[in-house]
Write a protein that binds this ligand. Structure first.
Ligand SMILES: NC(=O)C1=CN([C@@H]2O[C@H](COP(=O)(O)OP(=O)(O)OC[C@H]3O[C@@H](n4cnc5c(N)ncnc54)[C@H](O)[C@@H]3O)[C@@H](O)[C@H]2O)C=CC1
Ligand SMILES: O=C(O)C(=O)COP(=O)(O)O
Length: 633
């Protein structure tokens, strides 16, 4: 942990909506009015008054007076209130409890809320009663809250200013709060800096006047080089999501505390080059090309999430050499593609595309010509991976005979028959379906020669990648009638957004089913993907776990012990020895070490004791052939 470079300034922290996520009086009203028919109405009125007071719209004393008048609360409600507030302390404050315990006497809670509920909450963070400056309630003989002690300076307008004056602190004073009255301390010259704390609420009028905006308390600690629980404030991690992944993805990243920007549709290379600067996590789908130029401009990138299966659009080696881990969703839309393919096979076998089009034109064409059952027909699957092999099982279940061809040795499922060559499959199949990946070697895998080998009247499905099929050659065999039909979901060029029109030689051809790359576009698949990919990326960021990464050596790490050093380097001999030399010379105790390499990079994880000289980190960064280095606390 970095040690403070200078004595800690005095921190003046507001309580309601800053130290805690909520406003104490709002919560008190909610508790006191439990079971009352007008609970919601009164709580809403109190909230509105709080807001008007906090943003400077209503005089503070007036807002307080009006709120208390609406509040039918008793002393007995304070216990439940404290219990509730203890569970609602701001997450980044809870996370950094150790910081508060480490600096007793430097943190004041200055609040126009009430001592009765503030003191017990902040006591758990080592902040004693002398460091709580707040209002106090007045009660009647029955214990009903009647108002506030008017002698208390904090009950008056400008009360926080006067309170600070009386405190007469010497040295630097920083104020953290969400309200206008917090800013006024700085305005009055009684603090050096005002930090608008926006983890719980953002008030524009307050943010506009702040020296700094703090989305979390981690950010404050990071900026001031103070000891913090996280190694890096999560709010500094910028996520850029393109091509509309399900909204759940943005939600999960936001919940984690990251800043998320979304761009509907894809970006071309020039646009992405402009937008990638400062982005730590890039989320794309099948359209966006992550090219060497994009990577060159990516100064902060640590991970790319492909919210799909295919990763041919990403320069995977370039990412590796930059220390950028790539993750995809290898099985989240498999079933959706299988279902689409199966539906297309039946639709084409019955010539539905042209029959449906005719019906829309008012033409009744009842005939069995060219239509057949798929039972007993030979389905030739090219690429027997996750999609191909699942389609194999489903197709057999409805009575098809399956043939398959794959460049890799694959487990033969059910009664499927393996073909040793591509021509062997093409010559036999009644229906050919493509499920290979989009690697460059597969460009025009199906060209004029391959199409010529297919049986007359056979059907072709391409739900894999557009460049796998030579489109003009396919159009020619459809026009000539050599093929009986085709279903095509993917194209060499696909429109960037739904506003762009679709151009293709396949348009208007008979018995051709065209779909706009929707093989994986189902609610189920998109939701699965939007959970799967962020989870992998966040695990990687938080623990270094690279399980399921497409381009990094896969390591599933055990739970982190003390501090974790994550070192990515070019795979040349001797780097591990150099890392360990630095640790040995600095007498650092290694608790666990894990190494895995691939042909380009080495990935070393070292768990070490918390106690080490800060210079160790600098020295490890200097180890020759280091690509990226980070420390996790
Ligand atoms: N239309 C859409 O919306 C979707 C399209 N896809 C595409 O489908 C592809 C396949 O997906 P998965 O089955 O999950 O991938 P996978 O990686 O499990 O399977 C691909 C298989 O193709 C084989 N292969 C590669 N080149 C070949 C060749 N020239 N000849 C024969 N076999 C070859 C591989 O050895 C592998 O077994 C993805 O890479 C993606 O491009 C995936 C999901 C949705
Ligand atoms: O999963 C894949 O590889 C796909 O082709 C689906 O791509 P998409 O997410 O629809 O752009």
């Amino acid at each position: 942990m970095p040690e403070p470079t200078q004595p800690l300034p005095y921190l003046i922290i507001d309580f309601d909506s800053t130290f805690t996520q909520v406003e104490g009086l709002d919560e008190l009203a909610d508790i006191a009015l439990e079971g009352h028919s007008d609970r919601e109405k009164v709580v809403a009125e109190i909230r509105a008054l709080t807001d008007r007071g906090m943003s400077g719209e209503l005089k503070f004393s007036e807002s307080l007076k009006q709120r208390l008048a609406l509040l039918p609360a008793y002393r007995r409600h304070l216990g439940p209130l404290v219990a509730r507030l203890k569970g609602k302390v701001s997450e980044s404050i809870v996370r950094n409890r150790a910081f508060f315990e480490q600096f007793p006497g430097r943190v004041y809670i200055v609040s126009s809320g009430f001592r009765e509920f503030i003191e017990p909450v902040v006591a758990e963070f080592g902040i004693g009663p002398d460091f709580v400056l707040a209002n106090t309630f007045t009660f009647d003989a029955e214990g009903r809250i009647t108002g506030f002690d008017p002698e208390n300076v904090l009950s008056r307008d400008g009360g926080k200013i006067e309170q600070l004056r009386r405190l007469d602190l010497s040295g630097d004073v920083y104020v953290l709060g969400d309200g206008y009255t917090d800013y006024q301390i700085r305005e009055a010259g009684l603090a050096n800096r005002f930090y608008a704390f926006t983890e719980n609420v953002t008030r524009d009028a307050v943010v506009a006047r702040a020296d700094e905006v703090l989305p979390t308390f981690d950010e404050f600690l990071y900026q001031n080089k103070l000891p913090m629980t996280l190694s890096y404030p999560k709010n500094r991690i910028k996520v850029l999501l393109l091509e509309n992944p399900d909204a759940r993805a943005a939600e999960l990243f936001r919940q984690e505390g990251y800043q998320v920007d979304t761009v509907p549709g894809g970006l071309d290379e020039d646009e992405l080059v402009q937008q990638i600067e400062g982005v730590s996590i890039l989320g794309i789908r099948s359209k966006t090309q992550v090219t060497p130029r994009v990577l060159e401009a990516a100064n902060r990138l640590i991970a790319v999430g492909a919210f799909c299966i295919g990763t041919n659009q990403i320069d995977l080696t370039g990412c590796m050499q930059k220390g950028v881990a790539v993750f995809n969703a290898p099985f989240s839309n498999t079933r959706s593609v299988v279902e689409l393919a199966l539906g297309e096979i039946i639709m084409l076998a019955r010539r539905i595309p042209e029959k449906s089009a005719k019906m829309h034109d008012g033409e009744w064409d009842k005939s069995a010509k060219g239509s057949f059952e798929i039972r007993g027909k030979k389905l030739g699957i090219i690429g027997y991976g996750n999609i191909g092999s699942q389609l194999s099982v489903v197709a057999e279940a409805i009575g098809m005979q399956v043939l398959y061809y794959d460049v890799a040795e694959k487990l033969q499922l059910g009664n499927a028959t393996k073909c040793r060559t591509l021509p062997e499959l093409l010559q036999q199949a009644d229906i050919v379906t493509l499920h290979v990946d989009g690697r460059a070697a597969n460009i025009n895998l199906i060209g004029a020669a391959e199409l010529a080998l297919m049986k007359p009247g056979a059907l072709l499905l391409n739900n894999s990648r557009g460049h796998i099929v030579d489109v003009p050659a396919l159009a020619a065999v459809l026009r000539s009638g050599h093929l009986g039909g085709a279903a095509v979901d993917v194209f060499p060029y696909e429109p960037k957004t739904n506003q762009e029109s679709f151009e293709s030689e396949l348009r208007g051809l008979p018995n051709v089913l065209l779909t706009p790359h929707i093989g994986g576009s189902t609610a189920e698949a998109q939701r699965n993907i939007a959970e799967f990919v962020p989870e992998r990326i966040m695990q990687y960021v938080n623990s270094g776990n690279t399980q399921q990464s497409v381009n990094f050596p896969n390591i599933q790490l055990p739970e982190q012990q003390a501090h974790r050093l994550i070192h990515i380097h070019h795979n040349v001999p001797g780097v591990l020895a150099r890392i360990n030399n630095v640790l040995a010379e600095r007498h650092v105790n290694i608790l666990g070490q894990y190494l895995k390499t691939n042909e380009h990079i080495g990935y070393v994880i070292t768990d070490i004791d918390k106690e080490y000289e800060p210079e160790v980190i600098g020295e490890l960064k200097q180890v020759e052939h280091t690509i990226k280095f980070r420390v996790l606390y």
